[in-house]
Design a binder for this molecule. Sequence first.
Ligand code: ATP
Length: 363
Amino acid sequence: MQSDALNISINDVTKKYGDFFALKDVSLEVKSGEFLTLLGPSGSGKTTLLMVLAGFTRPDYGSVKFGNKEVVTTPPHLRDIGMVFQNYALFPHMNVEQNIGYPQKLRGKSKSEIKESVSEALSIVKLDGLGHRGVGELSGGQKQRVALARAIVFKPQILLMDEPLSALDKKLREEMQIELRQLHDSLTMTTVYVTHDQTEAMTMGDKIAVMNQGKILQNGTPNEIYSKPRSKFVGSFIGSPSMNFIPIDSAIEKGATSIFIDGNEFNIPEQHEGTIADKNFIGIRPEKMTLSENQGISGEVYASEYLGTRNVLTINTEVGQFKVRVSKDIKVSPLENVKISFDSHSGIIFDGTSDKALQSAYM
Ligand code: ATP
C-alpha cells in the first residue's frame, strides 16, 4: 500500500476563545513524509492545532496548506486525511471489518474494492482473521489497531494522531510506538502526532514541535531540541531529570567571558544561534555535571536515587538545587558534602526573561 505524502504549511494561525488565545500566530512547516510530534504541557494548544489541520476547528486568522492547496475553509470530509484519537472512536454496532471499511463506503467504493482494501489494512495492522469480531471483543491494543486501520484504509497522504496510545499500558504503548513508526515509514505519509510524553516524542518523531501557551517555541530534530534548546522552557521541558539552571544575572558583566560561582571560575558558554538573547542563566544537563574532589560548587546531597545503571543525585547549593547524573558506582549519602563541577562549554546561555517575554506576547 503506497500513497504520496503531502507537505503541510501552517502560517500565522490564530484561534481565540473569547479573549483567550488557544493558538497565537502559529507557523509550522511539516515536510512531505515527515513524522512530526507536537509536544507540550496540558492546555498548550496541541489538540487545537491538530483540529485546525483536520478541519474541525476553524482558525480566526491564518492559512493551512496541504501541498499547494489552501484548505483552511475546506470541511473535514473533503481533506482526505486519516485520523486516530485517544479513545479509538470506533462504531460499537459495527464489527471490525465494517469499522475499517466505513471510510471507503463513504467514498462510494464498490463492495469488492472495500473488501480488498479492508483486508490489506487488517494485514498491515496485524489483525488478520479478526475482521468478524465485534469491537467489544477486542483488547485496548487491538481496538487502537482497528482505529489505525480505519485511518489508513483509503491511503491518506496525511495522518493525524491525537495521543493515540495514552490508554494503553506501558509495555503495549512501547510496542505500538515502534509499530506506528514502522507503519508511517512503509506508507510514506506525512504524520502529525500529538503527545505530552517527551519520551514518546523523542523516540517517534523526525521532528518535535514544542508548544506552550498557544505558541510553537521550537521545531527541530529530537537531538536539536535536547542539545540546543532555544528557551529555558524548552530546556526544562525536555530531558529527565530536568536541565539545571545556574542564575548568572548578577554575576555577569558586559563582555565578560567567565564568571565566578562559589569562588570557582567558569567560562561563559557561547550562545547558540537562535537562543533568545540576554544572559541570565546557564543551563547544564545533569549528565554534564560531575562530582569533583577539590574544586567546584559546594553542595550538600539532599537525595540519591539509584536507577539501575546510574545514580541521580539531588544536591543543594547556594546557587540552587541541582540534579547530577553519576555512575552507579559512585556512592554518596544524604547530607554528605560534595563539590560539583561542569564543563561550561556544554552549557547553554538562556535569557531568564524570555518566558516572561513570551507571556507578554499573549496580551
Ligand atoms: P491536553 O494535553 O490537556 O489535551 P492541549 O495542549 O491539547 O492539552 P488544547 O486542547 O488544544 O490543549 O487546549 C488549548 C487551550 O484552549 C486550553 O486552555 C483549553 O482550555 C482551551 N480550549 C480548547 N477548546 C476550547 C473551547 N472549545 N472553548 C474554550 N476554550 C477552549
